[in-house]
Design a protein around this ligand. Structure first.
Ligand SMILES: [Zn+2]
Length: 391
């Protein structure tokens, strides 16, 4: 129960993360308790508001809540800007989620064509600027007067005009996972391999994160420190994913799997103790369980560990093995199998060919293959995969 879906826009599920429910009242409070300060800053936008009109036991909190809700509506529009642009390029949008640091549009994939990435990345900040301009237009059009209503509307729309532009500017900082990081990568990818562009953009992103963290420490700003951390992690993850993707470009599951003939297998009637002995001898911790030529399950060291020591002679592999197995087609790309491994947090996948098992793909297979590919590619091939840009 970390997410709640609150509705759909253009077919995209809009979700609230649990952390958002903390951050909304916090924002309402932060705005509501600083009305006078904010009014002072909004003076520069050209319309005078008398701060004494915006006091009272309830009004500041109503304004705080209205401004915070408006802010999050602006974030949803920003994410819709990314999402609708991505949908034009056939990318599926899994969801838009609001959380403690704003919004995330979850794309099923990110196009590696730099023009598409550039447009998708920049669409969010452009929408934010447009929302800011729209709020500013409303702010200019609100009838004057000494009424509380007019002062309240000026406050909320002036605040939203300013904050949406701030949001756009902040998002254009050149660090992953912010939009500016993607814009930077897209621009770099015009004349260099995608993986290299990612690496450079990620380094810049880490630099930005460190600066933000230092600034946050100096200013004792917890939100800034949190953001810096988030940017740093995002930059590293993005770089790692892209390097993997580039390395496994054009490689299929059956290129890196262990074929069934080379696999050590076990029958279901072997006792747990006997298999433990065998694991020690072969220094191998996972076996497909084969019964009459058919793979019927998988048994791993952790399955055996769960058996009480006194029962290890009586219990057999059949009693502890995993029966519902994750499989992957032998002709699938290696990268999709790797994503499958990490998504389900499992150590191995059975490789099938038209329903029958032909091999096994383990994390060890993947890591070994990755090391070999990297050393092989270190000569001229590095990063030629992963969507080399057309020039
Ligand atoms: Zn964005």
């Amino acid at each position: 129960m970390r997410n709640v879906q609150i509705g759909r826009l253009f077919g995209i599920p809009i979700k609230l993360d649990a952390t958002f429910l903390l951050v909304l009242p916090l924002f309402a409070y932060l705005i509501g308790s600083r009305i006078e300060l904010i009014v002072g800053e909004l003076d520069g936008l050209g319309r005078a508001v008398e701060p004494s009109l915006l006091t009272g036991p309830v009004l500041p909190w109503v304004l705080g809540l209205a401004a915070a809700l408006g802010l999050f509506a602006g974030i949803v529009l920003h994410e819709l800007g990314h999402s609708l642009t991505a949908m034009r390029y056939g990318v599926e949008i899994e969801s838009i989620t609001l959380w403690i640091f704003g919004g995330i549009a979850r794309l099923s994939e990110f196009p590696e064509d730099w023009r598409q990435e550039l447009r998708i990345a920049i669409a969010g900040p452009i929408v934010s600027v447009l929302v800011g301009i729209g709020c500013y237009a409303i702010y200019r059009l609100i009838p004057g007067g000494n009424g509380v209503l007019s002062a309240a509307l000026l406050f909320v729309f002036g605040y939203l005009a300013l904050m949406n532009v701030v949001l756009a500017v902040f998002n254009m900082l050149p660090g992953f996972p912010m939009d500016g990081g993607r814009v930077l990568r897209a621009l770099l990818a015009r004349n260099r391999p995608y993986a290299e562009a990612t690496q450079t953009a990620a380094e810049v992103g880490k630099g930005v994160a460190v600066l933000m963290g230092l600034l946050g420490l100096l200013a004792f700003n917890i939100i800034l420190i949190g953001l810096a951390f988030f940017v740093y992690i995002g930059a590293s993850a993005e770089a790692q994913q892209t390097v993997m993707k580039a390395a496994f470009e054009g490689i299929r599951v059956d290129d890196i799997m262990t074929p069934l003939d080379d696999l050590e297998t076990v029958t279901p009637d072997v006792s747990v103790n006997a298999l433990l002995d065998r694991m020690l001898r072969q220094r191998h911790t996972g076996y497909p369980v084969v019964d009459g030529g058919q793979v019927v399950g998988m048994v791993t060291l952790s399955d055996l560990r769960e058996v009480d020591e006194v029962e290890r002679d009586a219990m057999q592999v059949a009693d502890v093995m995993t029966r519902d197995l994750l499989t992957v087609e032998r002709r699938a790309d290696a990268m999709s199998a790797i994503q499958e491994l990490s998504q389900h947090d499992v150590g191995r996948l059975l490789v099938t060919d038209r329903g029958s098992v032909v091999g096994l793909l383990s994390r060890t297979d993947v890591m070994t293959a990755f090391e070999v590919i990297q050393s092989r590619a270190a000569i001229p091939r590095i990063g030629t995969g992963g969507g080399a840009p057309e020039l």
